[in-house]
Design a protein around this ligand. Sequence first.
Ligand code: OOB
Length: 560
Amino acid sequence: MSTTDTLIPLQQTWPAAFVQRYRDAGYWRGETFPGFMRERATQFAERTAIVGGDERWSYAELWQRAETAAAGFLALGLQPGDRVIVQLGNIASFYSVVFGLFRAGLVPVYALPAHRIVELSHFAAKSQAAAYVAAQDLDGFDYRPLARELQAQAPDLRHVVIVGDDAAEFHALNRFTPDAARLPAQDPDPQSVAFLQISGGSTGLSKLIPRTHDDYIYSFRASNELCGIRADTRYLIALPAAHNFPMSSPGAMGVLYAGGTVVLSRSTSPDTAFATIAREGVTDLGLVPPLALLWAQAAEKTPHDLSSLRVVQVGGAKLTTEAARRVVAGLKCRLQQVFGMAEGLVNYTRLDDDEATVLNTQGRPISPDDEVLVVDDQGQPVPDGQPGYLLTRGPYTIRRYHNDDSANARSFTDDGYYRTGDIVVRSAGGYLTVQGRANDHINRAGEKISAEEVEDHLLAHPQVFDAAVVSIPDTFLGERSCAFIIPRGEKPRSPALKAWMRERGLAAFKVPDQIVFVTAFDTTAVGKTSRKELRARLRAELLQAEQEAAAAAHPASPAA
Ligand code: OOB
């Protein structure tokens, strides 16, 4: 039986006065994903749209493959409005599947390749997904058993489509056949929800972010301007293609909108990526800070010619000033800092900003109509130059999550501002410098981990009495995760505990990097303490212990 009748509607609406304002300003132009791609397929028919592995698709071919995928999805019995989880790596078919879903009026839900059954079953339940599209395998991981597990757990999930040569008992994308008669005659409403992106998950599990055609297309069309993306851009995607940064800041969507070429790298290793940059004449790329540092170092000795590089964008986590300097020196091209979030707001340093701004700030908002508030604990604005919590609303920032009343109550103010959870300093010129976060999450090389979510998993282990998970500064990752554990009975072994977490089906990046066993959590005064204070104290104690150990190992030499 189809459960379509009971689907929770997808919604993302702004108050009428804002809709008017965003339209009048020319931000929302009534464009849609299938609409713009159909146009590009005519306008740029023979130009190369996607390069990935052995595939090299023109715009005409990308569109033709998208229409074939669309017909195939509809032939399965999927209905417009149905949600479809997409879990593909950096392969060309990611884009034919996504544009195919758009063309069919279906709604992609973007999972990352690292997600496992814990995350996928949550996305399926929250989105009521009717189908799952996965790669047969990526980096040695076979997604077909995961698909079986997901089907067993998700009652609404009726179809699985596999991208690869052996789909086993599932549908194979490469057997879909064109059928123009099945395709909707009309493109979707530009203000309807085009897809569900996933949040970095500051508390608990990831939330689903409904983005509309109008708002999202505005965000990358405007990004193109600020990032200098044009038809001759060749943009390398080395970060996971489904993440919001390589998707739209300006990412693959911006590049396809501009008629440029998206070059996919399946590996983040500089050796592989540098060969691709040289071969394809890559002009632009986006990285998270740890990778940017690694690549900058490797660039100094590489035999590959990287002189085609024009701009390297770095974002997803904080790039320190010193790290920024090293990136510029190593990759010998312009740096653009990107501070964004899947919920909306994206800030860029501008390509013509002075050096100090590029090295020291995370940029300023895309839109003149991005409203930014920096407030104190009481919600009162703080003066420029003072740290405070960042709140924002604007023409591409959501007003609500999908199917999550408690997150909506927590995350948005009454007048529609999104509470980002970031602590920033704003300069008089409107540039933001990220100082930290209000929430307890770990930003591990751009991958966001909720302390609470990981603690919940640890508490399910029979030998764990209590657990607190904190972020620890890390020279390579920026932050790593550390779990403080009070054992119950016999102390578990750390490797066994980590393996147990992976076997539970949790994305590997959420498994704590470090485990410290303690006998008790020191509770002050009345014996009650907030998780937040507890985590802060444990973090401080560990850092102090590490400093003392380092000082004991290398006693400071007397000043000369
Ligand atoms: C991007 O998106 P998400 O949704 O994975 O994570 C958003 C969070 C921000 O709230 C902030 O805490 C952190 O990631 N963040 C940064 C940062 N960029 C993101 N923190 C410090 N400095 C930066 N440059 O990560 C994302 C989305 C679009 C474009 C770029 C990044």
